[in-house]
Design a protein around this ligand. Structure first.
Ligand code: SF4
Length: 335
């Protein structure tokens, strides 16, 4: 496991080439992807994160269970293995409302993997229902929650959270919710939203927190890098923006500092665009994410990459850079 001081002795080119080498040695040339669909069931939210475009870019909506089910059926038609469900923090949503979404889908599609609700939504459900985080997670697990997105992490440094999302859960709360999920047998992803007001040192602190959790629980399936998107949000006006080199370096540092505890480093074609995402496969990343179908969040923030990449297209893209595409499920079993 590399220490931060060892990392600091390397220059950017050395870091990127070392990360690429580590990726090759631990995962090989396979590039995985998942066939999934996102469903954002509401953009009504009591939060006021300064980087949020999703809440403001569309008129307020709240999908009924029937509408959610219709989207799930469409997705099943094209062969998805995962449905990813997240939404704004609707003031009246309680744990039973979240559970109902899961139960309704599971009733009709018991085999479908439900990857749902960020730690912030779990906190919201628990607070609105007056029950503990553990009770909330257990209830949702019983209702069919298979895994959770480790979103709402942004940068796990409270000074930065104070600037970008002052009303969101603090670092310690995020860590607690994630660890509780892992202890209950609910795996999660880990994410980092970077390129706004933070410096590289904050990203490194974030990565070290993820590494410590993983040492203890082994509950993370992957680490997802989410470059900050600047359009239609308040934070975009004050953020410095990201150079390509910095994005590449951040992918590489993530691979190195999380090695060997987290093997799967995911790049985001939705945020970076397909071409740059493919380049990240040579900077430490080994996973291309999902087909997505209906990606609202990045699109609202100026993402131009589109909202759906069919499986065949993803496979061709991966082959075009000399790597081997493999479809996986949410938990990284190859299909
Ligand atoms: S990021 Fe999520 S929690 Fe924050 S304001 Fe937007 S929808 Fe609400």
């Amino acid at each position: 496991m590399m220490s931060v001081s060892e990392l600091r002795e390397m220059n950017a080119e050395e870091i990127i080439s070392f990360a690429d080498d580590l990726r090759r040695r631990s995962i090989g040339d396979t590039v995985t992807y998942v066939v999934n669909r996102n469903i954002n069931f509401t953009n009504i939210c009591i939060g006021n994160c300064r980087f949020c475009s999703f809440k403001h870019a569309y008129s307020p909506f709240f999908l009924s269970i029937e509408e959610i089910l219709k989207k799930v059926r469409e997705a099943v038609e094209i062969g998805v293995t995962e449905i990813c469900i997240q939404g704004g923090l609707h003031p009246r949503m309680e744990v039973e409302d979240y559970a109902k979404i899961l139960e309704t889908i599971k009733n009709e599609f018991p085999e479908l993997h439900l990857h749902a609700f960020s730690p912030m939504e779990i906190f919201h459900a628990s607070r609105n229902s007056g029950i503990s985080i553990e009770e909330t997670l257990s209830r949702l697990k019983d209702a069919g929650l298979d895994s959770m997105p480790g979103t709402a992490a942004e940068i796990l440094v409270d000074e930065i959270r104070e600037i970008i999302c002052p009303h969101k859960i603090k670092t310690e709360e995020w860590v607690e919710i994630i660890k509780t999920a892992h202890q209950l047998g609910i795996p999660t992803t880990a994410t980092m939203m970077f390129g706004h007001v933070e410096e590289m040192d904050h990203r490194i602190r974030h990565l070290m927190i993820i590494r410590e959790i993983q040492k203890e629980t082994r509950g993370f399936t992957e680490f997802v890098l989410l470059p900050f998107m600047r359009e239609n949000n308040e934070l975009g006006k004050v953020s410095k923006g990201l150079s390509f080199k910095e994005i590449a370096l951040t992918h590489a540092i993530s691979r190195i500092l999380l090695h060997p505890l987290i093997k799967n480093i995911q790049t985001s074609w939705v945020k970076l665009g397909v071409e740059n995402a493919l380049k990240m496969l040579f900077c430490g990343a080994n996973d291309f994410g999902g087909t997505l179908m209906e990606e609202n969040i990045s699109r609202a923030a100026g993402g131009k990459a589109g909202e759906y990449l069919p499986k065949e297209k993803i496979e061709n893209l991966i082959r075009s850079v000399g790597r081997i595409p493999r479809q996986r499920d949410t938990l990284y079993n190859l299909l």
